[in-house]
Design a protein around this ligand. Sequence first.
Ligand code: FES
Ligand SMILES: [Fe+2]
Length: 430
Amino acid sequence: MLSKEDNQLLTETDADKPMGQLFRRYWIPAVTSDELEADGSPVRLKLLGENLVAFRDTEGNVGLVDERCPHRGTSLYYGINDGCGLRCCYHGWKFNTEGECTEIPSEEENEKFRKTIQLRAYPTKEVSGIIWTYMGPEEKQPPFPDFYWMGLPKKNKLIERVWQECNYAQVMENDLDFVHAAFLHQSYDNQELEAEGVLSTDLGIDPDHPLVKNPPVKQHIQDTNYGKRCVAIGDATKDENAFMEIHYIFPFYTYPPRFSGEDGMWHAFIPRDDHSTWSWDVQFSHSSEIDVKAQHERRGLEVDKNLRKVQNLDNNYKQDRSLQKEGNFTGIRGIANQDHAITEAMGPIVDRSIERLGTSDKPVIQMRRLLLKEVKAFQDNTEPMELENESLATLFSEGWYDNKTKHWKDVFPLKEQFQVKEEKDAQSTQ
Ligand code: FES
Ligand SMILES: [Fe+2]
């Protein structure tokens, strides 16, 4: 449960809100590389409550700029992208990717005036099929994060960005919730999985998979130098437990649970505004080509040109009551649709002052606590948590069966490179 004040602090991310300012201190995935063609159509993009437009100029440079034309305020989305700039289609003012005004056709003689016109533009970096941006103060820009999957070949990855119709925090809470997989994502029969490494079909996760068969009897949350590691221990057989982990990387990235041998998954939950989220999903295979078709189908997301879902609240996510009797727990097809349905059904911002949390909600509680602790410290001028690239580069979720008689920390330890520095130091002096 959170107070109304803390719920607001957690969920509001406009530029004048503390969490909004904190989030602007981290690198944000903005659009996929494929969405922008040189001299192609601009993409309209709302991020952290700001209306922006992304475009790729003639030379391939990417601009991420305010949607509002500085002249009289119309949308630059309708503009013309050619000749190394985006030209407003109202009076023809033209801007480069840095936001500098390069032409005012009706004021050709007045260069001095033109040079005073600046369109707000954010820096971008194109890495691993994604265009990233940093929206915070220039002098505070952190190093670019080196996530593990970035080092894998392009053919090993599938990257998707989807508009989710609720606040980022409830989307992320769902990702840290081990127990939901055993219910929301349960399919009633074991299925023939077409491709190796793929977790499920669009119906859901097999009843024999440890996420469904062995829901955690114990959960432990560990502080790490990237955020939190959430460990679940399930009762697998007489002799063995199932160990699985979720990584929460501050402030809005996650690695959901995966058993070793399965394709991995990385998420980022970027507020579009306080009532909607850009849900980023990178599916990756550690060592071989990803099965794009199987991975895409199992998630089941069909979207329109604005990346809004075809299965949505208006059509009850195409829930099929007979499928719910015979096929899976929800009667909804597509693992991602199941997640979207359940989080969007809470309303745009869930009221956390009236919820009833149990012990199984530990990871959710810890994630909120960390965000609130950091944002309150940030309000008192403490610098936000720094992510260390040496850690990010080797981090992903794993899981396996192991002997029940051993301590969980011995069979499923937190690797040394992820330990918080003070704890590492304390250990070495013992
Ligand atoms: S409003 Fe854009 S050029 Fe006039
Ligand atoms: Fe889920």
